[in-house]
Structures are given as C-alpha cells and as structure tokens.
Design a binder for this molecule. Sequence first.
Ligand SMILES: Cc1cc2nc3c(=O)[nH]c(=O)nc-3n(C[C@H](O)[C@H](O)[C@H](O)COP(=O)(O)O)c2cc1C
Length: 228
Amino acid sequence: MDLSNLRAEYNEKTNVLLEEQIKVKDPIVLFDEWFKEVQHDSRTVEPNAVCLATCTKSGAPSCRFVLLKGYGKEGFRFFTHYTSRKGKELEENPRAALTFYWDHFNRSVRVEGDVEKLPIAVADEYFEKRPFQSQIGALCSDQSKPVAGRHSLVEKENYLKKKYSDGGVPRPPQWGGYLVKPKVVEFWQGQTDRLHDRIRFRFPNDNEPDGILTKPGENGWIYERLYP
Ligand SMILES: Cc1cc2nc3c(=O)[nH]c(=O)nc-3n(C[C@H](O)[C@H](O)[C@H](O)COP(=O)(O)O)c2cc1C
C-alpha cells in the first residue's frame, strides 16, 4: 500500500508559537496552558492519552499508550502494572519518553526524563478512586503475560466481581504509579506552510551549554527553537 499521497492539510487557522508568548520560562507552565486548551475542546476524547516509550538495558525500544494521571513541577504520572513489559524495562532502565499528539490543535509535546515509582500510598489513594470495573480489571490482569483465552479472563473477572460484590477491591501489589521527571520538554506546533514551530526546553549541560536564545530562567530551564 503506497501512502505517499496521504497527508492532511492544516486548514484551520493554527497559532504560531513565538518565543515572546512564553511568559514563564517553565515547560510545565506552557504544558498546563496547552493541556487545558485541549481538555476544554470537546473534539478530543482522551487528551491525556500519551505514547510512552521505554527501552531495555541493551537499547531495544518499545512504546504503547497510557493515560496521564497528573502533572506538575515534579513530573508526569501514570499508573500501570510493575510486572508488565514496560515495568520490566523501567526496572532495568529507568528512563522514558512521552509523546502527546493533539490533532485538532496540530500540536505535539515530547517529554524525556528519568523515571521513579510513586509511593505506595499514592497508588492506594488513586486505586480506591477508580471505578469498580477498572479495579476488577487491574486485579484480573497479569499484564503482558500470555493468557489461555478470553474465556479464562472472563471467568476470572466473574469470580472477582462476585468475591468483591460489596466493594473493597484490594490494589494488586504489582500495580502502581510512575513519575517521569522531565529533563527535556519539546512543544511542536504544526503550520500549514510546514514551517512548524519547535520550542525545546532543557537544562544546560556541558555538551550543549546555554541556548542560543535564552539564559536559564529561575528554575534552570532554557528554551531554544529547533529547525522543523
Ligand atoms: C488510550 C489508551 C490508554 C491506555 N492507558 C493505559 C494505562 O494508563 N495504563 C496501562 O497499564 N495500560 C494502558 N493502556 C494499555 C497499554 O497501551 C498496553 O497495552 C499495556 O499497558 C501493556 O503494555 P506493555 O506490555 O508494553 O507493558 C492504554 C491503551 C490505550 C490505547
């Protein structure tokens, strides 16, 4: 199948991302602005769906979608099974990359950083708030392992639903949260003329010292424009 002619025109008026618009030199502040815009737009059903890339120790990558369950100065959080494929990869190589794509806004955000497990208390608190069906789903799953068939999953689900019909579904011990602590955050704003805007925030380092545009802000971040 040749897809070389498959491309979308960005017909809607898209915003240009200019350096002057970045009032606070902090990617989390800009992420918050962008995320809220998408969140309030009814066309995007799951604005918090994000592609998570992890890597084995030897460098073999894998990626999958997860749902972002919070963000702030400390980082970006999601919940999953620690014994899953991603969990194993994060165990041996605790670094990850996240990529959001919000097509109605022609926007993407990329995050890269070190990863750590969230405290058990945070997992407990969030697990308790999840709908019953999601709790049962988590308890049912030995995520990423082969399963005999859908029937065995359904049987297990029915058994657990009965067992916990009065509530009180326990959090599976291997289910919890991760925090991606951002070292690099890049904002991409697609343009009809294909001169897309790319603004990358990072901390200055020995290999790449100060950005060509800015000196570090209060919290150490610099940003710079990249060729599209
Ligand atoms: C939109 C979307 C959101 C998802 N959210 C999560 C999530 O928050 N946590 C999770 O463990 N899996 C989530 N999944 C399922 C994962 O993509 C994946 O199938 C699962 O985590 C196993 O991945 P792994 O074998 O690479 O560990 C989601 C899938 C989609 C399509």
